[in-house]
Design a protein around this ligand. Sequence first.
Ligand code: AMP
Length: 218
Amino acid sequence: MKIVLLGPPGCGKGTQGEKLQKSFAIPHISSGDLLREAVSTASPLGVEAKGYMDSGRLVPDRLVLDLIRERVARDDCRDGFLLDGFPRTVEQANALAEVLETDGEPGLDHVIAIDVADEALVERLGARRSCPGCGLIFNMRFNPPAAEGLCDECGTELVLRDDDNEETIRARLAVYVEQTSPLIGFYRDSGLLRRVDGSGSSGEVSERISAAIQGGND
Ligand code: AMP
């Protein structure tokens, strides 16, 4: 099963990606996480990517594509994968199709687009805290950890991402509208798109996603 999760920052791709990884036993590949890892180890790619990420702009395709190509070629992706945050432009979507084709692999099975209103996104992102240890995501209002500031899973201190401040959030939303939202039409035309309402609890959204995967096209 090869799935792409599409949607604006803060729509719940990370949380839903973790759930889908468990239900389908496929790796959850977040391009943002791969980039943040490169930044934290100060690899040449990470050093180059950091300025783009801090200002909410997209990292150049050549950097992201190398990371994704290398990741989906690994053994654990033999039975599929779930991409979160990639592709983010029509160019990246074409490059992904090319990678799968060149490797003689079947293409994507589903593209799930999660819809959430802009104001709710800004509110959610400002209250988001993530665990640098295991990657679990919390929301201080809607899904707080049991012990204040600590991850439920591994006890690591939760952090606010550098780019989850209001100015950068607004920049990321504008980038989404301009550069990523054309992918909705792109994947609708190829018959892969399923649109899902991203409001409500993560359990409700995950039920809608399961129904969309089992159901027909949008
Ligand atoms: P995310 O964790 O998906 O919100 O991504 C955080 C940041 O990483 C984005 O604001 C971009 O700067 C960068 N990024 C993540 N995925 C991509 C991608 N597919 N193409 C370009 N930049 C990306």
